[in-house]
Ligand binder design. Structure first.
Ligand code: GLC
Length: 541
């Protein structure tokens, strides 16, 4: 066992994901840029986040919005330059903010020079950096693997008759992580950015890196109809041979050891839902942190939320990055109200539900992340079908149900045209948000969602036991209610639709935070909390 410890600067930290192209445009091209982020760091620091993660900033032909990288050691010109990133780092560090970039190691773009060489010259060493395989016995793809984004996970290279593997689009060929050249090339990319002061990376599709050497067919778990969306089809298979291979952990350990030289952190994007398997991603022999994405997929199901959070926190109370949303999912204010008509009242309920869950996440250790706009209580953006951008929607015959565009609209800064995001139409055609959803209006209104999120982060910062003291799951009056104690802090997350009284907590508590206006009462030896409300208490000193 190594005695490596997670970096000290992660203790008690909260992260904030920025969808780079939608945050702030300073050049008037409708596309967010690095300088736009730098100019708004003060806002993030005021909100109380400690770490920002930027979605990919590299040159890309944009088949998957930057997740198809053509050059990992450069910045795309419509985002800025490497010098802009250095200026961002300097400003961020002066505000005590840390900056994570997004690294995409599972696949490159077809325009990356490695892939170009691999196609042009099948005898080149670059060919072996990818997963080219001979056709199957019937002349078709080598096995039954399918892509997350529709169709087979194999595309024919007509010149040679071989197929190459891609777990996402055909424009995103997967790398061969069993090839030492690939490992060396990425060590070099990490060092390039660490030398410039980057504080770490979010690792895209970390659970996909290695494929089983047998390249065997994946077992099918259930039949799905042709009308099912691409992700529903993808998840109808047991991804035994293409995802979450045991030896990925060795790659993580190598990377985190490299990052340790720079006091930098690594955070896996992992779609793994099994708690024990996910816990393997973090710790002394693996990475500092891993996302647990499932709460970002769920619709409103109080008992499920309580169980998923508490069971994983009991297994791994320190290394999880908790999220309720990111750039790949509908916004929680809408998702948690699915089935209800969109209305201001329902949005309010959606915000209350989101914040009730996020409040619980703040006491589960690790580094919780907010997604830009979540702090404003944004619901899904209205995007007309003909304006969809996401390849999940544009390349498949679906009704757009799985489209990710709804969570990628411009940050609403103020109520000027285009919400102050840009002087021209944004890259994604979406309606402006009403004034009460903007940063400007919410900063001026102490009762706004923004001030509530800020108060939550301030509460966490002021109560170090919330993440430092041992995690204890206390008896709860219902499976829809989480009662967690960490030393001098107690959190009751009442996700149920009823008022509950908790007696397991004892006495001597003072209220520190409540996630919405509503009942919180402290009795003699019991606490009462209103429906869909999470409250934080501290011991009366
Ligand atoms: C990750 C990203 C997603 C992207 C995919 C392929 O899941 O979050 O946006 O499409 O990887 O890179």
């Amino acid at each position: 066992m190594s005695d490596r410890k997670k970096r000290a600067w992660l203790d008690g930290a909260v992260g904030y994901e920025i969808y780079t192209r939608s945050f702030a445009d300073t050049t008037g091209d409708g596309f967010g840029d690095i300088n736009g982020i730098t100019e708004n760091l003060e806002y993030i620091s005021w909100l109380g986040a400690d770490i920002i993660w930027l979605t990919p900033i590299y040159p890309s032909p944009d088949h998957d919005h930057g997740y198809d990288v053509a050059d990992y050691k450069a910045v795309r010109s419509d985002h800025g330059t490497v010098a802009d990133v250095e200026a961002l780092l300097e400003r961020a560090h002066s505000l005590d903010l840390r900056v994570l970039l997004d690294i995409v190691p599972n696949h490159t773009s077809i325009e990356h020079e490695w892939f170009q060489k691999a196609i042009v010259d099948p005898t080149s060493p670059e060919r072996a950096m990818y997963l080219f395989r001979d056709a199957g016995p019937d002349g078709g793809p080598p096995n039954n693997w399918i892509s997350h984004f529709g169709g087979p996970a194999w595309t024919l290279d007509e010149a040679t008759g071989q197929y190459y593997c891609h777990l996402f689009l055909p424009e995103q060929p997967d790398l061969d992580w069993r090839n030492p050249d690939v490992l060396d090339a990425f060590d070099d990319i990490y060092r390039f950015w660490f030398e410039r002061g980057v504080d770490g990376f979010r690792i895209d599709v970390a659970h996909g890196l290695l494929k089983h050497p047998s390249f065997a067919d994946n077992p099918q778990l259930r039949e799905v109809g042709p009308e099912a969306g691409p992700l529903a089809k993808f998840f109808s298979f047991d991804h035994k041979y293409d995802m979450d291979q045991d030896d990925n952990i060795e790659i993580f350990a190598r990377w985190q050891t490299l990052a340790d030289e720079y006091d930098a952190t690594l955070l896996a994007e992992s779609g793994v839902t099994d708690h024990h398997r996910l816990a393997r991603f973090v710790g002394p022999e693996a990475l500092d942190l891993s996302f647990f994405l499932k709460p970002g997929w769920l619709e409103w199901d109080p008992a499920k939320f309580v169980d998923e959070h508490l069971s994983l926190a009991e297994i791994e109370p320190d290394g999880i990055s908790w999220v309720i949303s990111n750039h790949d999912q509908p916004r929680p204010v809408s998702r948690l109200m699915r089935g209800e008509p969109a209305s201001p009242t329902n949005d309010k309920t959606g915000i209350n539900r989101s914040l009730a869950v996020t409040t619980l996440q703040m006491v589960l250790g690790g580094v919780p992340f907010l997604y830009y706009g979540e702090e404003l209580g944004l619901s899904d953006a209205a995007i007309d079908p003909e304006n969809r951008e996401d390849p999940v929607a544009t390349r498949n015959d679906t009704d757009g149900g799985e489209a990710r565009d709804v969570a990628r609209s411009p940050m609403p800064w103020d109520s000027s045209p285009r919400n102050g995001f840009s002087s021209v139409s944004p890259w994604i055609a979406s309606e402006d948000r009403p004034p009460h959803e903007t940063v400007e209006a919410q900063r001026a209104d102490p009762a706004s969602p923004l001030h509530r999120y800020r108060a939550l982060l301030e509460t966490r910062r002021g109560l170090p036991d919330m993440h430092e003291a041992p995690f204890e799951r206390l008896d709860s009056p219902s499976d829809e209610v989480a009662v967690v104690r960490r030393g001098s802090v107690l959190v009751i997350a009442n996700l149920s639709g009823n008022e509950v009284t908790v007696s397991s907590a004892g006495s001597g508590w003072v209220e520190a935070f409540r996630s919405r206006d509503g009942l919180v009462s402290i009795g003699d030896g019991f606490l009462t909390v209103g429906p869909e409300l999470s409250a934080i208490f501290r011991a009366d000193a």
